[in-house]
Design a protein around this ligand. Structure first.
Ligand code: GLN
Length: 562
């Protein structure tokens, strides 16, 4: 039967609870255990799909089309288990479910209350997330409870965790609490008081932590650890220091060296081989010993908040490691790009236009795509980035003046990108989207497969079939494909079922590396293998740097990179 580790947080948010949970999961996986993770979000939104990435960071999309918290992205990058709809739920979802039951009369006239109805529902969702009791279920499920202890919102989740521990027994549940130990410069001291308070708060609710992960900008000395232990009633070996590091991939080793996994396995009576973190060490080595650097312009809208591009940043880093280079990313606000200022992109080894919604900054992105095309700078357009590349090509090469997406100009004479419902009827082979159950409301979500055309760059990267995840409403209009093809654009992949455009590219004799993809490849990149598309893109950036350097005679020499 699956055992549960609850990870809670105290004092302040943004301490890295997601990374801590993922790291613990990774160490346990290296001990031969099957591990899964579940994220509980204490807000009322039913899912994060409608939340602004400004406020909430990236919306991570799973294979089964769930729009989830970005922590699920960390989970997938740290363990081999794939996440799905069941691995993330919010307070809103729980209430929705309880209210539906209430309306159906499932509670037989009883008064419906937070305890037990909401807390029971939470426990059912946690067990469902772990596939509890099903064949092939995980040995351990790490349950990360969002928010901080003391928040009104988190209380039902914490109460549900307490009840679960009572019902399942002490050897089937463990509690890890992440806390903050601030360094007060004026006093020249690390302060343990906030930790004392947050652990007290946790005990008020009836939860005793088995381990405390003490976040600080430095290592916590022995003396302070003793003090924390004394005041919090957590044995000293359970007081674990979690200091700032330059890469998140160092965290598994940091926690393991201080015995976190040993402690958890003892508590849960799990007999396993010792942890083996060799591949994490190799990863860290690769990150810290690049043999060169490429610089990339990411032309986007939410330029101030790199959390909105979390998976993308990681995917680029992974591809850097696989090419033995550091990828330096400059966020360029597309609103600042005009036909005059676009020249600023000339100094980059690659240009990337990521996904996005809404009209703001669109002309700047189109301008960036044109510049990359005309100057043979490697270009990767993701989702919206593919759409702007299509619009650009339609306008400038195919002679379709004022071509646009109906998202930005509903009255455009050439809707080369449009809602499927706006053009589907014109072509009998394409059915309206809502006839397919897996496509959700109006958004195309989750994994779909496409056939890749032989002889294309996409085929060299992906082989015959590509299966990637989607999150968008607009599609390349099938009625313009012939015109674009005649003008030289290569459509290198179409979805198997609906024949929607998935990948476009320029022929290799025209441009060394120009690719647009309708899906979001970044969601499937892992540090171990990187991702074939990003690996190839960064390789192209490396090649571009070498070529540009040869021509200008100024290149930094760049070794390696076959
Ligand atoms: N706004 C575009 C659409 O809805 C692109 C979405 C995206 O880039 N994720 O189709």
């Amino acid at each position: 039967m699956t055992k549960f580790v609850f990870v809670t947080g105290g004092v302040v948010s943004s301490l890295g609870k997601g990374i801590a949970s993922a790291s613990l999961a990774a160490i346990l996986e290296s001990r031969g255990l099957k591990v899964t993770l579940i994220k509980l979000d204490p807000y009322i939104n039913v899912d994060p799909g409608t939340m602004s990435p400004f406020q909430h960071g990236e919306v991570f999309v799973t294979d089964d089309g769930a729009e989830t918290d970005l922590d699920l992205g960390h989970y997938e990058r740290f363990v081999t288990t794939r996440m799905g709809k069941v691995n993330n739920f919010t307070t809103g979802r729980i209430y929705q479910s309880v209210l539906e039951k209430e309306r159906r009369g499932d509670y037989l006239g009883k008064t419906v209350q937070v305890i037990p109805h909401i807390t029971n529902e939470i426990q059912d969702y946690i067990k469902r997330g772990a596939h509890y009791g099903e064949p092939g279920a995980a040995d351990v499920a790490i349950v990360e409870i969002g928010g901080t202890v003391g928040d009104i919102e988190s209380l039902p989740f914490l109460e549900a965790a307490r009840q679960m521990s009572l019902r399942m027994g002490a050897n089937n549940t463990a509690f890890v609490h992440l806390t903050y130990v601030p360094w007060i410069a004026a006093a020249g001291e690390l302060k343990t008081k906030p930790t004392q308070h947050t652990v007290q708060k946790l005990r008020e609710i009836g939860i005793s932590a088995d381990a405390l992960l003490c976040r600080a900008d430095r290592k916590i000395p022995e003396e302070e650890r003793e003090k924390i232990s004394l005041f919090t009633n957590v044995p000293e070996w359970g007081v674990i220091s979690m200091w700032d590091v330059n890469t998140i991939y160092k965290v598994p080793r940091m926690l393991h060296e201080q015995g976190l996994d040993g402690l958890i396995c003892d508590k849960l009576r799990l007999n396993t081989p010792p942890a083996n973190l060799k591949r994490w060490d190799e990863l860290v080595y690769e990150t810290e010993h690049p043999q060169g650097e490429v610089s990339l312009a990411m032309v986007g809208k939410y330029v101030d908040l790199s959390d909105s591009y979390k998976s993308l940043n990681e995917a680029l880093r992974h591809a850097g490691m696989h090419n033995h280079v550091r990828v330096k990313i400059d966020y360029v606000d597309s609103e600042t790009i005009t036909p005059d200022s676009v020249q600023q992109l000339a100094k980059y080894d690659a240009v990337l236009v990521p996904g996005g919604f809404g009209k703001r900054g669109i002309e700047g992105k189109i301008c960036a795509a044109r510049f990359a095309r005309e100057h043979k700078i490697p270009y990767l357009g993701i989702c919206l980035g593919m759409q702007v590349a299509t619009i650009e090509y339609a306008r400038d090469v195919a002679g379709l003046n004022d071509a646009n997406s109906t998202e930005f100009d509903p009255a455009t004479p050439h809707p080369v990108i449009a809602l499927i419902t706006e053009w589907a009827e014109a072509d009998g082979t394409v059915k309206k989207r809502d006839e397919h159950s897996n496509l959700g409301g109006t958004m195309r979500l989750g994994a779909q497969s496409s056939d890749v055309v032989k002889g294309t760059l996409a085929h060299r990267i992906y082989g015959d079939v590509v299966t990637e995840r989607h999150r968008h409403r607009y599609e390349a209009n099938v009625n313009y494909l012939d015109a674009l093809r005649r003008a030289g654009l290569v459509v290198s992949a179409l979805t198997q079922r609906e024949h929607l455009t998935e990948i476009i590219e320029l022929p290799q004799d025209v441009h060394p590396w120009f690719v647009g993809v309708q899906f979001h490849p970044e969601f499937k990149s892992t540090p171990w293998d990187g991702h074939p598309l990003f690996n190839s893109f960064i390789k192209a950036a490396v090649d571009h740097q070498a070529t540009a350097g040869r021509q200008a005679g100024t290149a930094k020499s760049l070794k390696a990179v076959a």
